[in-house]
Design a protein around this ligand. Structure first.
Ligand code: 6PG
Length: 285
C-alpha cells in the first residue's frame, strides 16, 4: 500500500468505531486524500480500475486541492480512475454552485484523468427526469451490480448538512424513501432548487462510504446522527453500506465536540505518533 507521505501531524483518533477525529479541517482533507490514494491502489490492484463518487458542497475542496498537489498527484493511477458525483445542483457546469464545476477547477483539470472517465450529472437539463435516466445508463455501463441489482462504487464521498441531509437526500423529501431508482431528482423547497442525487440503495451498495464533516456548526447534527436516535432517522443515518465497518466519518475536533467517546476509545489525536491509529502504523483511516 502506497505510503502517502504522512510526515505532517496527520493523526486521527478513532473515538467511536469508524469515526476518525482530526485536529482541524486541513488534517481532515489530508486524511481524506490519503484515503482516496490508498483505496484507489487497492481497487485498481483488485479490479483494474477505481470507481469513486465525489461529494459536493465546500468540505471536499481542500481534498481536491491536495489530490492535485505535487505531493499526492503522482500517487494515483489516474487513467484507471472513473469519477462520478453523489449529487448535483440543477445548474450549468459553469455556475459557481456546480459540484462538477468545483471539482473540475480544483482537481480534474490538474490531473491526467481521461475526459471520458469523468461522468458528471447533467442536472441543468430542462428534462431533468430524462437526465436522471441517462445517468442511470452511465452507471449501468460502467459499474458492477451487487446481488440486489444496484451499481457498486468502490468509494463514495458524502458530506452532511446541519439538517442531517447527505448528497441531496433531505429530511422531509421523498428522495430518501426511494427504494428502486438509482438516481432521483428531488425539488428541495428550502434551497428552492431541483437537485439530482444517488439514492440510498446505491449508497448502501458501495464498498465503502466516507463522510467528510467539519466545523462547530455541524457538532449538534454529528452528535445526533452518531449518538442520537432521531425518529425518523436522518438521511445521513439511513446510509448503511451492506459490508460491515464500511461507513466512515472523517471529522475535525470542532464537529466532534459534542460526541461522547466510547470508554477506552482514543480521545486526543495529539497523543498519538504521526500517521497511526490503534495498533497499525502508517494507515490513519
Ligand atoms: C451538495 C452536497 C451536500 C453537501 C452538504 C454539506 O451538493 O450540497 O453534496 O450534501 O455535502 O450540504 O455541505 P458543506 O460541505 O458545504 O457543509
Amino acid at each position: 500500500m502506497a505510503d502517502t507521505g504522512g510526515t505532517r501531524n496527520n493523526v486521527a483518533a478513532e473515538i467511536l468505531p469508524g469515526v476518525h477525529v482530526y485536529a482541524n479541517p486541513s488534517e481532515v482533507a489530508r486524511g481524506a486524500a490519503r484515503h482516496f490514494v490508498d483505496y484507489a491502489w487497492q481497487s485498481i490492484a483488485k479490479d483494474g480500475q477505481f470507481m469513486v463518487a465525489l461529494s459536493g458542497g465546500n468540505t471536499p475542496r481542500q481534498m481536491f486541492e491536495l489530490l492535485a498537489s505535487d505531493e499526492f498527484r503522482a500517487q494515483v493511477d489516474w487513467p484507471k480512475v472513473h469519477v462520478f458525483w453523489s449529487d448535483e445542483r440543477a445548474v450549468p457546469p459553469t455556475n459557481a454552485q456546480s459540484n462538477y464545476g468545483v471539482a473540475r477547477r480544483e482537481l480534474l483539470i490538474r490531473v491526467p484523468i481521461p475526459e471520458s472517465n469523468v461522468h458528471r450529472m447533467e442536472a441543468e437539463k430542462a428534462n431533468i427526469g430524462r437526465a436522471a435516466h441517462d445517468y442511470e445508463e452511465v452507471l449501468r455501463e460502467n459499474l458492477d451490480l451487487d446481488d440486489r441489482g444496484f451499481p457498486r462504487f468502490h468509494l463514495v464521498f458524502l458530506g452532511m448538512g446541519a439538517d442531517g441531509h447527505t448528497a441531496s437526500l433531505f429530511p422531509g423529501t421523498r428522495a430518501p424513501r426511494q427504494t428502486s431508482r438509482w438516481v432521483s431528482t428531488p425539488f428541495v423547497t428550502k434551497m428552492n432548487m431541483r437537485r439530482m442525487t444517488l439514492t440510498l440503495p446505491v449508497l448502501d451498495a458501495a464498498r465503502r462510504v466516507v463522510f467528510l464533516v467539519v466545523g462547530a456548526e455541524k457538532a449538534q447534527i454529528v452528535r445526533e446522527v452518531l449518538q442520537g436516535n432521531a425518529d425518523p432517522p436522518y438521511p445521513a443515518q439511513q446510509v448503511q453500506p451492506r459490508e460491515p465497518g464500511q461507513k466512515l466519518f472523517l471529522v475535525d475536533q470542532a464537529a466532534a465536540a459534542l460526541l461522547k467517546p466510547l470508554p477506552g476509545g482514543d480521545t486526543d489525536p495529539s497523543q498519538k505518533p504521526a500517521g497511526t491509529t490503534r495498533g497499525r502504523p502508517g494507515r490513519s483511516v
